[in-house]
Design a protein around this ligand. Structure first.
Ligand SMILES: NC(=O)C1=CN([C@@H]2O[C@H](COP(=O)(O)OP(=O)(O)OC[C@H]3O[C@@H](n4cnc5c(N)ncnc54)[C@H](O)[C@@H]3O)[C@@H](O)[C@H]2O)C=CC1
Length: 292
């Protein structure tokens, strides 16, 4: 059985990895009580003690707006911290899967971003994650950096849970309609990560290393996504909440978000033969669980 050490033990992705692991994978969760990403020595001793076949770094500072006010903390965790995990993975000789984000792009392109499109983050969070990518690539050759986006799941804090909470009291909710991306089920992502981990462990080809995009298929705006969520709620006899489509300018946030952050996942399909399904059935399944 393959043993995978996962950082970020309470997060959406880590929890989804546990759910998807089944009998083929043993997941060792390395939470903040084992080490903080910023603590280089503790990261090394924690990973060494876990004796993993593969490491997945799913821990991160993920509060996108708050990061504007504490960029140095975001950088310490998402940048230097990710670098610490990479150095430790290289030291113990385990391949590393590292998660990154669509927010490394500025969103000005009018087509899905490819891995080799130049990044240009407009937010502190995006800058911290881009530094993480660079340090991971530098410190661990045996690494796969997977950029994902717009995660939802029955777990943790996410847009689907936020909309379902609003659905309990609101007849109408304003939602931004001019940012487009790829809503992605953390459970689908977790299944994909396990497939990548299994393959990366047995095949060290350079074509299976580097940066890859991994999202569900299909695009949406936040308003489209909210409409799909409220339609699932209405199907189950909940209030029929309407979406009022607004613009980014109508809804000021601390962090700037890309207008277009769709990711082209063709490289993952070509190299690993892997493609995540369309987001819609996965969203329906997630809502069914949360509304049960
Ligand atoms: N949530 C989303 O929509 C997206 C997430 N991602 C990336 O996917 C990965 C996983 O995200 P989620 O599971 O949604 O995040 P999450 O916020 O649900 O979980 C993050 C976990 O990291 C832990 N953590 C935070 N600071 C830490 C530190 N200093 N040391 C050790 N652990 C620490 C937290 O306790 C938490 O368990 C992250 O790398 C994130 O940047 C990428 C794109 C979109």
């Amino acid at each position: 059985m393959m043993r995978i050490a996962v950082t970020g033990s309470m997060g959406q992705v880590a929890t989804s990895l546990i759910e998807q692991a089944g009998r083929a994978f043993e997941i060792v969760l390395l939470g903040r009580r084992v080490f903080l990403l910023e603590d280089r020595k503790a990261v090394l001793s924690g990973l060494r003690a876990a004796k993993p076949d593969v490491v997945i770094n799913a821990a991160a500072y993920t509060a996108v707006d708050q990061a504007e006010a504490e960029e140095s903390l975001a950088v310490a965790i998402n940048g230097e911290g990710a670098g610490n995990v990479a150095e430790a993975a290289a030291t113990i000789g385990a391949p590393l899967l590292h998660l990154s984000t669509d927010y490394v792009f500025d969103g000005a392109l009018d087509r899905p971003y490819r891995e080799d499109d130049p990044p240009g983050p407009d937010s502190a969070y995006g800058r911290s994650k881009l530094l993480g990518e660079r340090l991971v690539a530098e410190r661990c050759e045996n690494s796969v950096i997977l950029r994902t986006a717009w995660l939802f799941s029955p777990y943790g804090t996410n847009f689907v849970r936020a909309m379902l909470a609003l659905n309990e009291t609101r007849d109408e909710v304003p939602v931004v309609a001019d940012q487009r991306g790829n809503p992605t089920s953390a459970l689908d992502l977790a299944a994909g990560l396990l497939a990548v981990a299994a393959r990366a462990r047995e095949d060290a080809s350079p074509t299976l290393r580097g940066v890859f995009h991994m999202t569900n298929a299909g695009k949406a705006s936040w308003a489209d996504l909210a409409e799909a969520i409220f339609s699932e709620a209405a199907k189950r006899g909940r209030r029929a909440t309407r979406v009022r489509r607004i613009t980014t300018a109508d809804y000021p946030t601390a962090a700037r978000r890309p207008a277009n952050s769709r990711l082209d996942c063709g490289k993952l399909r070509r190299a690993y033969g892997l493609a995540l399904p369309d987001w819609r059935p996965s969203l329906a399944a997630c809502c069914a669980r949360l509304l049960a």
